[in-house]
Design a protein around this ligand. Structure first.
Ligand SMILES: Cc1ncc(COP(=O)(O)O)c(C=O)c1O
Length: 405
């Protein structure tokens, strides 16, 4: 038993800070249990979770159906590697393709790994199908993007916190303004193989692009023979009030990237889905992952998709999101600048850093985090009820009272 087994909150925090890398700035709360929209700390205090692990907990904490599927599979078979087939991966790929109207899918683990997979798939397609000269393929991305933390991905970030100290950047990426279809058209050249974009920028502060943007992106990419990859790791699987955020404009990307809620928060599972032949271009040995597509991940993911469907969580996100936003709009605070979002992905922007507000919310039993310093992100599990939103609003109102200008 580690020496830490008898520690209180301060003790656990001291261990994490003392032995860990300081790559996060967590709120000073130590959680030990969760259920639905609630989590409890080591001292037994209950909180309403308004972050959902950055949208990985759309189905709520420890959903009993996903937990049961995980338990069943854990006692049966957990890992085969891709050296052999297993009896759960094929059915999950079929479910995913059916859900998204796509033709092929590949399973990975973290979101960043799925983004890397999409980048490789777009480049491979560029060389094999578009005839781009060797090593000249170019991918267009947007300012303020967030696609993960690998060296290639941070290399095309426009956020100095992500890039500084981690160069040299991988070549082959061009950054354009977000939400600007004309900029996309202008940036496309002979060697452009893909455009990678979030349908709503989550980490940048819940930036919703202008209406018609996704439709225009679809048209431009089709006209110019460029693959469109939609990173729906945060916006997908019900979060914005549709199963996928691209459905708001009735369009389908060539590549759809999923992660987070694909496992209901139980296990890292990510995926890339493609239309047509794109993913079909990988041949044995060109891509892979020891854990990608393992039976435990597949059992958990299948159950997570089933919960999203059976509980109508995308519809719930739309209704509860509309209610939450309307009530938030009635809040009055001199530092409040804007409330934006879609479904249950909501950003409340203030004129100053919101960390003290997050701390006040925490003291009153609500957990939320700032994104890009001045925006409070509110993204509860999609199973949240109206009564729970009302309780959250009471806490937010009270905490705003403490958030002096
Ligand atoms: C849009 C988007 N893409 C990619 C990622 C990276 O996912 P992961 O942290 O699982 O690597 C995130 C994580 O927040 C994300 O929001």
């Amino acid at each position: 038993m580690p020496k830490s087994s008898k520690k209180n909150a301060a003790g656990f925090i001291k261990l994490a800070e003392g032995f860990g890398a300081h790559n996060y700035h967590p709120l000073p709360v130590v959680l030990t249990r969760g259920r639905g929209v609630f989590v409890w700390d080591v001292e037994g205090k209950r909180y309403i979770d308004m972050l959902s692990a950055y949208s990985a907990l759309n189905q709520g904490h420890v959903h009993p159906k996903i937990a049961a599927a995980a338990r069943r599979q854990i006692g049966r078979l957990t890992l085969t590697s891709r050296a052999f087939h297993n009896d759960l991966m094929g059915p999950l790929l079929e479910s995913l393709c059916g859900l998204a109207g796509m033709d092929r899918a590949i399973l990975m683990n973290s979101g960043a790994e799925a983004v890397e997979t999409a980048i490789k798939a777009m480049r491979l397609w560029g060389y094999r199908r578009k005839g781009i000269p060797r090593d000249q393929a170019e991918i267009i991305v947007c300012e303020n993007n967030f696609h993960g933390r690998t060296t290639t991905i941070v290399g095309f970030s426009s956020d100095p916190l992500s890039t500084d100290g981690f160069g040299p950047a991988t070549p082959g990426f061009k950054i354009i303004p977000y939400g600007d279809a004309a900029a996309l058209r202008a940036a496309i050249g002979r060697n452009t193989c893909g455009f990678l974009v979030e349908p709503i920028q989550g980490e940048a502060g819940v930036n919703v692009p202008p209406a018609g943007y996704l439709k225009a992106v679809r048209e431009i990419c089709s006209e110019t023979s460029v693959l469109w990859a939609a990173d729906e790791i945060q916006t997908g699987l019900g979060r914005t009030g549709r199963m996928f955020a691209v459905e708001h404009e009735d369009v389908r990307p060539d590549l759809l990237i999923l992660g987070k809620a694909l496992s209901g928060g139980f296990y890292p599972v990510s995926a890339v889905l493609s239309q047509g032949e794109v993913l079909g271009l990988f041949s044995p040995g060109t891509h892979g992952s020891t854990f990608g597509g393992n039976p435990l991940a597949c059992a958990i993911s299948q159950a997570s998709l089933d919960v999203l469907d059976k509980e109508g969580l995308a519809d719930k996100a739309e209704k509860m999101g509309a209610y939450f936003m309307e009530r938030l709009r009635s809040l009055d605070h001199p530092a409040l600048r804007e409330i934006r979002g879609r479904g249950l992905l909501i950003g409340v922007e203030f004129s100053r850093p919101v960390r003290p507000l997050c701390e006040a919310l925490m003291r009153r039993g609500l957990l939320a985090k700032d994104t890009h310093e001045k925006t409070l992100r509110l993204a509860p599990p999609l199973v949240i009820t109206k009564a729970q939103i009302d309780s959250a609003l009471k806490i937010i109102k009270a905490a705003l009272g403490e958030f002096a200008v």
